[in-house]
Design a protein around this ligand. Structure first.
Ligand code: IPE
Ligand code: IPE
Ligand code: MG
Length: 257
């Protein structure tokens, strides 16, 4: 299949991921190849983000979670971090109205208290404005780290044990599920990472236990809706076994037909 020949998938509901998570990587290298500053790559990346959100709406995907800034990205040069913060502010300013119009519900995961008052205001505004929307559930991970997420869940659970609301023996994987980020959504079905690296980089490490992992060399600013549909079609071809045998999964599928 040539990448440019598809604009829309004709996947059935069971072949379509409910929840997609994306590590939007490769902005810096995209800019470097063009002898441009890294920040130009981040600006170009915003266009891809818009396209992927639109593709998710068109494909009726329930939830999309985007990794925009990791808890480790503070280690980057001060100038890059500050220009990323500016870009978050201006992007929220320019995009939120249109997301609201498209019935998208926007939420943020991560430690937002580390951001400037101005950015925190934009985050609160986007969250509140769109809170009753019933279309695509868009989660933006900012100052997010999977280890932080698990540690926060542990803190909450430990406090409940201390107060006698929970017993240590109540702690199970299902209980921890209730306290990590994105608990209100189906577990991620499909993980996409652009930019060629084959690693998780501290994204949703708890939630990705059984997610299908898709890696592409395409740099984020070049990742357009056609590339996204290739990933969706790849996902549709996966057999998700969750520990069972392939034959058991086939049997269940046949008995459901
Ligand atoms: C991802 O692109 C964007 C953020 C981490 C904010 P990069 O900036 O990591 O791009 P590369 O990996 O250096 O090409
Ligand atoms: C992961 O990309 C974080 C985001 C895309 C926001 P990085 O570029 O920071 O990951 P590493 O450092 O290459 O693992
Ligand atoms: Mg990178």
């Amino acid at each position: 299949m040539t990448v440019t020949s598809i604009n829309k998938t004709d996947l059935g509901d069971s072949d379509r991921p409910k929840h997609i998570v994306v590590v939007m990587d490769g902005n810096g290298r995209w800019a470097k190849k063009r002898l441009m500053p890294r920040t130009a790559g981040h600006h170009a990346g915003v266009k891809s983000t818009r396209k992927i959100v639109e593709a998710c709406i068109q494909e009726k995907i329930q939830a999309l979670t985007l990794f925009a800034f990791s808890s480790e990205n503070w280690k980057r040069p001060e100038q890059e971090v500050s220009s990323l913060m500016q870009l978050f502010i201006s992007t929220l300013q320019s995009e939120v109205k249109s997301l609201h119009k498209q019935n998208v519900r926007v939420r943020f995961i991560g430690k937002c208290s580390a951001f400037s008052d101005k950015l925190q205001q934009k985050i609160i505004h986007a969250t509140e404005l769109t809170q009753n929307n019933t279309g695509l559930q868009l989660n933006i991970a900012v100052n997010y780290g999977g280890r932080w997420d698990i540690a926060e869940a542990c803190k909450t659970i430990a406090a409940k044990v201390q107060q006698g609301e929970l017993q240590p023996e109540d702690i199970s994987a299902e209980l921890i599920d209730e306290y990590v980020c994105l608990k209100q959504l189906p577990e991620p079905d499909l993980f996409i990472r652009t930019g060629g690296e084959m690693r998780i980089s501290n994204f949703l490490i708890w939630q990705l236990a059984y997610t299908e992992l898709y890696f592409t060399d395409v740099l984020w600013p070049d990742f357009k809706s056609e590339e996204f549909l290739v990933a969706l079609n790849w996902y549709a071809g996966r057999q998700r076994r969750f520990g069972k045998t392939g034959e058991q999964v086939d049997e269940t599928k046949t008995s459901q037909c």
